[in-house]
Design a protein around this ligand. Structure first.
Ligand SMILES: Cc1cc2nc3c(=O)[nH]c(=O)nc-3n(C[C@H](O)[C@H](O)[C@H](O)COP(=O)(O)O)c2cc1C
Length: 576
């Protein structure tokens, strides 16, 4: 099953792109899906809005398409509270006045506003039922509105909605009763809960107590447990530093008290891993959300014994979370996400001979897609192994999951019969020998690599804005250097919102790394390790002179990150 995840693919509506995204996963063998947290009221914009009857027709359309696959579909209904923003841009609504994690002011809801939002929750649940969905899930996790009322950390009210536990529970009771009254006793109504993962925030024991009470009242049908909050978002969707099952120690405190079906989640990628969770009796269902973003066919490939073909999620969070922050969810390793209707690997007509120069992420992706379409593909790589910048990245501390994707690309090239030539630089002469119909140059960038040795005192100067500077600083630290980091702008500015930089920065600071803000600053006795990349494009002139169809992809055009490289490689693989 897949837990709810904001995509903004439909920009607020269940449109054809969002349907195609979920349809691909239904076809791929998923049994149950929660649709992304939908906003129920104008005071929360959300990435999907269930504010009026228009939603009913949208859902009917969705379910007409999904029903044949047998995948059950629940809608998560939420209100992001201080983690969101009203549609008119006014301050976010919450239990008490205060500040958002980014420091913006918060509006304390009046009793009338609470009643209005409660009613909106009920109506939204009614639209879900009328639209033919199988259930709804009330979002009371992640430090959003209902949890803000329950958590004493964010609820300082002195009226009937604040103070003691029962008062702080009141909004939750009212919403659940209103929803149940709207949809009746037979329709599935579940909840999502989970500890806030901050000091003095709502704990897993608090969540367990809440579940006990709601369950005893017979108001809910299942319990879905998550972890983290707007105050610790890196715990909601743990990055590659977190092991599979990282949420279980807190989640099982909650699942243990429940007699209802329970759901847990947390960086699971294989059915084997989740079988283990089920066998240990921790939960009845296990979510695999990012794993299914990365590969829609995960379940079917597993059942068919094609586990090696599953494209692995690397929990870099730059496509899903980073994409959402940029406006729309995507996936670093799966460029088709959200574009299932158009990103097709059509059979090549006619098949041609394609030579790819450079076996990094862009070159391998271009070669893979071109070969999958039926082209004959030769890949020339100057180094003794494939992987390029991603193989380098995988050597940085806590980044080894990146190697799983490199290994997958290598396996796919082999499966698809790509002729890989290692230790073979793509020179004009060697390309001429292959007599290609088209050449794809993916020679990457120069710079941004791991130093050969660690100096006593190093200052890492970030001129690139990716993860490299942070990773190399941590590598230097592991190798005995005293380390400072400085940047022209913000450190890791291009990956800042992916939920990855924050835990790394915290780790580095804890280990004594000095973070210098306000521009590049270097002390006299420090060895400068400058992280910058320039296109490795010296070959282009000579190749262009061959007069053959020529494409350039990845860092050789614009030194960026693995997401851009993989996506560009994928595009050209579909184009040639
Ligand atoms: C892009 C993205 C958006 C998410 N949005 C939601 C959401 O709307 N509601 C929710 O309860 N959880 C949300 N989550 C958290 C996931 O449901 C899930 O708990 C988390 O990704 C960990 O599971 P995984 O490791 O299987 O991906 C989101 C996660 C991602 C990656």
């Amino acid at each position: 099953m897949r837990t709810a995840h904001g995509t903004n693919i439909g920009a607020g509506r269940v449109n054809d792109d969002l349907i195609a995204y979920h349809e691909a996963r239904a076809r791929g063998g998923v049994g149950l899906t929660m649709l992304e947290a939908a906003s129920v009221h104008w005071s929360d914009t959300g990435t999907l809005r269930i504010h009026d009857e228009a939603a009913v027709g949208d859902y009917q359309h969705l379910m007409d398409r999904l029903r044949p696959y047998g995948m059950r579909v629940f809608q998560q209904l939420g209100h992001l509270g201080l983690g969101g923003v009203p549609m008119d841009g006014s301050p976010p609504w919450s239990a008490s006045a205060g500040r958002t994690p980014l420091g913006a002011p918060v509006h304390a809801m009046t009793v009338d506003e609470i009643a209005e939002v409660t009613d909106a929750w009920g109506r939204a649940a009614g639209y879900c039922r009328a639209g033919g969905l199988d259930g709804v899930e009330i979002h009371m996790a992640h430090g959003f509105l209902l949890q803000e009322f329950l958590s004493a950390r964010t609820n300082q009210r002195t009226d009937q909605y604040g103070g003691n536990w029962d008062n702080r529970m009141r909004f939750i009771w009212e919403v659940l009763r209103r929803v149940r009254a709207e949809v009746g006793p037979e329709f599935v109504v579940g909840i999502r809960t989970g500890a806030e993962a901050v000091d003095d925030g709502l704990s897993e024991q608090d969540c367990a107590e809440m579940v006990r009470e709601l369950e005893a009242a017979g108001l809910i049908d299942y319990v879905n447990v998550s972890y983290g909050s707007v105050w610790a978002s890196h715990k909601i969707m743990g990055g590659m530093i977190e092991p599979a099952g990282y949420e279980l120690p807190t989640s099982e405190v909650v699942t243990k008290v429940s007699h209802l079906p329970t759901i847990v989640t947390g960086r699971f990628r294989t059915l084997e891993e989740i079988d283990d969770v089920i066998d240990r009796g921790i939960a009845d269902l296990v979510g695999m959300t990012r794993a299914h973003i990365a590969d829609a066919d995960l379940v079917n490939k597993t059942i068919e014994g094609r586990v090696d073909e599953i494209r692995p999620c690397i929990a870099a969070n730059d496509g899903c979370i980073g994409g959402l922050h940029r406006g729309r969810m995507t996936c670093a390793v799966n460029p088709a996400v959200g574009f299932e209707r158009t990103h097709r690997e059509e059979p090549a007509d006619p098949p041609r001979h394609i030579v790819v120069i450079g076996g990094g992420p862009a070159g391998m992706e271009a070669a893979r897609v071109a070969a999958a379409r039926g082209h004959r593909v030769t890949l020339l790589e100057a180094a003794a192994s494939l992987g390029g910048a991603m193989a380098v990245g995988a050597r940085l501390p806590h980044r080894s999951l990146i190697a799983d994707f490199v290994a997958w690309q290598i396996r796919e090239l082999e499966r698809l019969g790509v002729d890989v030539r290692l230790r073979t630089p793509g020179t004009a002469a060697s390309i001429g020998d292959h007599d290609p119909d088209a050449v794809i140059v993916a020679t990457g960038a120069i710079g941004g690599t791991i130093p050969t040795e660690a100096p006593a005192r190093a200052v890492v100067v970030d001129r690139h804005g990716g993860y490299e500077a942070l990773g190399i600083a941590e590598w230097l630290l592991d190798h005995g250097s005293e380390v400072a980091i400085t940047a022209a702008g913000d450190l890791g500015e291009r990956v800042m919102l992916d939920g990855i930089v924050r835990p790394t920065l915290a780790r580095l600071t804890e280990r004594g790394v000095e973070i210098r803000r306000g521009g590049e600053q270097v002390m006299s006795d420090e060895t400068v390790i400058a992280i910058e990349k320039r296109p490795n494009d010296d070959l282009i002139g000579a190749i262009a002179a061959l007069g053959v169809e020529l494409h350039m992809v990845g860092d050789v055009t614009t030194p960026a990150g693995h997401l851009d490289a993989i996506h560009a490689g994928n595009s050209v693989g579909r184009l040639v």
